[in-house]
Design a protein around this ligand. Structure first.
Ligand code: NDP
Length: 166
């Protein structure tokens, strides 16, 4: 099973503020939707709360320590990242996306195979950050560039990093 992180981060690694995203990047949202639709998506409880409900046409797996946490039918609550991965393996999935937030990325960066990182050309203020990673462990495979326009607040590029297997 291929485990991918998908994230949009600023130059200073900021990914959010006050439990929200901090930019309008329509082309990136379109990329996120196209990439994750039809798949299982793993997220922390705060990211789930920030969306309010499961995203359409995707199966949500929410990680929380709360044993009473409830989620609509057809979606899943688990209590650790490992449990989320075990669940996906038991379902024989070929692909799963880890969609945040900061707490979950920090653990997931050690176990994922691939990272799809939208690198936003901005230095915003925020309160949650994507973890630093050792670039020598990763191979940059694909870069697609997008220019700022009326629907995209900043220039950005979408970069695919594949883990170099030791
Ligand atoms: P997370 O979304 O990572 O959720 C954190 C919660 O996950 C914890 O409070 C806990 O839930 C649960 N959790 C974390 N680790 C564990 C564990 N080991 N075992 C069990 N449960 C665990 O929160 P963050 O605050 O880090 O990130 C949210 C922010 O990130 C928001 O601002 C959001 O907008 C942003 N974001 C940005 C993205 C981007 O691409 N730019 C993508 C996704 C989010 P509980 O408290 O219920 O026990």
């Amino acid at each position: 099973m291929n485990i991918s992180i998908i994230v949009a981060k600023a130059k200073n690694n900021v990914i959010g503020k006050d439990n929200q995203l901090i930019w309008k990047l329509s082309s990136d949202l379109r990329f996120f939707k196209k990439t994750t639709t039809g798949h299982h998506i793993i997220m922390g409880r705060k990211t789930y709360d920030s969306m309010g409900k499961p995203l359409p046409n995707r199966t949500s797996i929410v990680i929380t320590r709360n044993t009473d946490f409830e989620i609509p039918e057809g979606h899943f609550v688990v209590h650790s990242l490992e449990e989320s991965i075990r669940l996906c393996i038991s379902k024989n999935l070929g692909q799963v996306y880890i969609i945040g937030g900061a707490q979950i990325y920090k653990e997931a960066i050690n176990i994922c195979d691939e990272m799809l990182i939208t690198e936003v050309d901005a230095h915003p203020e925020g309160d949650v950050y994507f973890p630093n990673f050792e670039t020598s462990n990763w191979k940059k495979e694909n870069v697609e560039q997008f220019q700022k326009d009326e629907n995209n607040e900043y220039n950005f590029e979408i970069v695919t990093y594949k883990r170099i297997k030791q």
